[in-house]
Write a protein that binds this ligand. Structure first.
Ligand SMILES: C[S@@+](CC[C@H](N)C(=O)[O-])C[C@H]1O[C@@H](n2cnc3c(N)ncnc32)[C@H](O)[C@@H]1O
Length: 304
């Protein structure tokens, strides 16, 4: 059994602004293989360093979990870019009963505090950020996961355009599993790999797609899991990395889809109209057919 951790780090805080102690256990759901902050024993840690996420409910959930995991007097350092929640961090920590020392550096707000003896409101913040079943979506979801509280119009357009698929396939960047759910409506699908970088998404997808043909993978889809000779890939690829637009990410997903498909296998893809995917689709697949367009999105079918 590995020894219990004494400190934890959530995400990748810039080391020059908030260095995490050596040996701190990583607890970000966006780093495959990490521990879960939810599973850390209450009042057990000496310090937690949090690169705080931008969504308010998600951020308060993470801060509350971090305070719960800290021993009384344990140190919490939380930071975020000013315009991505940083300007609210201090207030949020004070509402939990913390005394906060706040500084600013390189557009980041950095808050340092110690866990009070009796923090206020932790359970309510944890409750608000937990996975839950959404009646309106008809899905398990959690604040912070992509499109957690409304269906993504791009994904809806792709589902409307999808023909019944057959054979073995993958949903790269599966999110809550909405595309997979539609794909598995076809009885001719034999096997489907759902892959996402976000543990919370994979956990929700596991609940949303209860089908023996589905396999779930908490992985970076650019590098894993091992897949080959697939008949089809479906995806609504991400184009943000750490909050910033990153076109290369979607292009890397297209390369990975091409690599895992068999010759003659098909990629179904939806993307925002402004994203430059035609070039890489053309280079790899020859021609991609535009199958649907609307609401700022385009759906392509590309055959290898
Ligand atoms: C645009 S969303 C689509 C989600 C889902 N397929 C849908 O249609 O609602 C992209 C998904 O890719 C995931 N993602 C981002 N980077 C990833 C990576 N490198 N590997 C795997 N998944 C990634 C995100 O967590 C997100 O769930």
């Amino acid at each position: 059994m590995s020894p219990s951790p004494v400190s934890a780090v959530y995400g990748l805080p810039p080391p020059e602004l908030a260095p995490a102690p050596a040996g701190a256990v990583q607890v970000s759901p966006l780093i495959p293989g990490s521990a879960a902050l939810e599973d850390i024993a209450p009042a057990s840690l000496e310090s937690v360093t949090v690169a705080a996420p931008p969504g308010t409910i998600e951020r308060r959930y993470v801060l509350a979990l971090a305070l719960r995991a800290l021993a009384p007097g344990g140190r919490l350092t939380a930071l975020a870019p000013k315009e991505k929640g940083g300007s609210r961090l201090g207030k949020e920590l004070k509402a939990f009963g913390c005394e906060v020392h706040e500084t600013g550096q390189r557009h980041q707000r950095i808050c340092q505090t110690r866990r009070p003896d009796a923090p206020a409101g932790l359970e309510a913040a944890i409750e608000a950020g937990r996975p839950r079943f959404s009646e309106s979506l008809g899905l398990w979801t959690q604040p912070g996961v992509f499109s957690w509280d409304r269906p993504d119009p791009g994904s809806v357009l792709l589902i409307q355009a999808l023909p019944p698929l057959a054979g073995r396939g993958a949903d790269l960047g599966c999110g809550l599993g909405i595309l997979s759910h539609a794909v598995l409506a076809s009885p001719q699908v034999i096997e489907l790999a759902l892959v996402d970088l976000d543990r919370r998404a994979v956990d929700c997808a596991r609940r949303n797609v209860q089908d023996p043909r589905a396999g779930f993978h908490w992985r970076d889809a650019r590098t894993g899991p091992e897949l080959a000779g697939l008949d089809f890939v479906v995806m609504n690829p991400p184009f943000h990395d750490a909050g910033a637009e990153d076109k290369a990410l979607g292009q890397a997903f297209i390369r990975r889809a091409h690599a895992v498909l068999r010759k003659g296998g098909v990629l179904w893809l939806v993307a925002n109209r402004h994203l430059p995917y035609e070039g890489v689709l053309g280079d790899l697949f020859g021609k991609a057919a535009l199958k649907a367009e609307g609401g700022g999105f385009k759906v392509y079918e590309a055959r290898k």
